[in-house]
Structure formats: structure tokens, C-alpha cells
Design a protein around this ligand. Sequence first.
Ligand SMILES: [Fe+2]
Length: 369
Amino acid sequence: MESFIQLTSGPAPRRIHRDVGHLKDDELGRYGFFGRTAHLYRRNDPTRYRTEGDLRFVDTDTFGLHPSDEADPAGEPLLMFHNQDCRILLSRRQAPMPHLVRNVDGDELWFIHAGSGELETEFGRLRYRPGDYVYLPKGATYRQVPDEQTHALIIEAVEEFRAPKGGLLGRFFPFDSSLVTTPQAEAFEGDGRDEYEVRLRTREGRTSLFYPFHPLDAEAWKGDNVPFVFNIEDYDVINSDTVHLPPTVHLFMEATGVYVLNFLPRPAEGPRGVERIPWYHRNADYDEVAFYHGGSVFGVDMPAGLISLAPQGMHHGIPERARERSRRRHDEDGRVEWQVIAIDVRRRLVPAQVMIAATPVEVPEEVRV
Ligand SMILES: [Fe+2]
């Protein structure tokens, strides 16, 4: 039962995530980092185990994957992971779509890792560039016109994406929603063809609608169910000098069972004895996906383009050797420069066969999130 009074047994550190000494700080919590929690101060690194069986960590270089939209203008994104609440796909389109798309099974939230271009939508044009999130409401019709090859994650949520509540910090946190870019209304001209295909994006089967006119023909719009773009440069990172904050403070958007977070550059925690990297945990209620956009952690470059999955209930975290290194380098490292997109999901994710078959990437221990 959750209680204001928390219990302690044994020589636990007085303050959380601080002065852990030779013990290993390991959180067993419910509902990510929101619910009841217990910290176990262990003798051994809890990530040092061998696995046999069905649940597995996935570490895959997304540049080694080949969605059919990479080579074929009429191609599709590649499914990487799915569960009842969401799908995570990869797109690497380099040619304009000859068709249009309408996702009829969920909202889409894109993260642009590389490339620029625009999305023509029923609401007008949206330019995109690296570091952009692009939100496309369920049922909205659009067409992608890249300037160049565009490497993007597509997070599809069955229930709608919502901005998290500001809570104690008020409406400008966790991000200032006045900084989103929305399209200017524009009715697109046709190119003289007899029919325009709108391909319905669905979880099962294939359906296309064919219109005898250009389907993006709205001359005006109003309302709040609209596409938008938001760049991670405009995300204000919440930070504390005296304690390493849980990842949930870096939330960007949420849908039922799906939480999208940003881990972005920020000052490192200050006082000696304060842990600067996340404690060990097994996230009992959430599978965790991390997509490495770029940057570095304490002098070690992030493997840009890597996607990794940590299944719920299985210990993960930066190993002890790297923790000791971060303590030794306390005076040299004033900042954490990482850029990671994290997707935490309530129900177990199923990796697509292509992810299971892909050659696992060796991830530098220092940059595990
Ligand atoms: Fe985690």
C-alpha cells in the first residue's frame, strides 16, 4: 500500500540516489517511476546475468534495416515493434509519395532523425527537419514529399496522443505548446491525373480510396485536432542539481499505454556523491524502447540510429564500471550531451521478425539508458 511514510531496513543511504558507496542502487517500482517503489541496495551489479528463453533485449542499427519506401516510391514503412496499444515503424523515404496516406487505426507521431522535406496535409504544408516531432491525427490525410532521404521513426498509438499535464510547474512544462508549428490552410492543385489514391494505413489488410479530385482540397480549417511540428531544440529540460531525476520528468506526449520522452542535453548533477546516471531498474510495468538520435555521454559518443528494447521486468542500466568512471570524472564532466528518444509502453512489445533476425549491435556500456 502506498504511504507517506516510507520504510527503511539496513544501511540505506540517507538521501535518494546519493552516497551509495559500494552498494548498487536498484529500483523496483510500479507504473514506471510514478507508483509504489522500493530501492534495493545490492552487493552485485544486477545487470550481470545470462538469458535463455523468449524475452530478449533488442539492439539494432536502424540504418541496417531497409523499409520498402527506401527504394520504392510506392513502398511502405517497416514495422519494428507492436502491441495492442501501439506500433513502432521505420521509414526511409527518398522520393515523393505517388499516393496519399490516411492512418485509420491510430494517431501518428513521427520523429525525424535525418533528412528534410514536407508533409502535404488536409490542413496545409508542414516543413520538417532533423529533431522534429510531427504529429498527424488519426484519420487525417497526408502525402510526404522529402527534399532528401528522410530517416524517421513512426510511433502509431491506437488512442490519441495528448500533451501531458503541466502539474506543479504549470502550463509551460514539460514544454511550451505555443512553440508548435501548425500548417496554413491550402487547397492543393491536382496534376491532371484521373484518380488520386488515398492508401488507408491499417494494422491488417490493404484498402485504398480513389478520388476523382485532389483529396487535399480544404481552403480553410479551424479547431484543435490538427497536425503540428515541434523540434526538440525547443524542449526545456527539467533538471535538479542535487538529485538525478526520474526519466518521467522528460515526457513529451502520451497516449493510453504509450509514453514518449526526450533525454536531451543538460547540466550534470553538481555535488560529489550525487549519482549522475540512472540507477539500475527492471521497470516492472513498462517495456522501454530507446532510439539514439545523437550526442554523447561523458565523452562517449551515442550510437546514432540505434534502437534498443528492454523488456519489462528485466534488469537494465549502465554497468558498474561506467558508474565508477562517471564518479572519477566528476570534475571533468559538467554536462550530459545525449539526445535520446524513449518510448515506454505498458503492454509487452512484440519485436518483428526482422528485428529478431538483425545482427545485434554492440552498444558501448557508457551510453546505455
Ligand atoms: Fe530504463
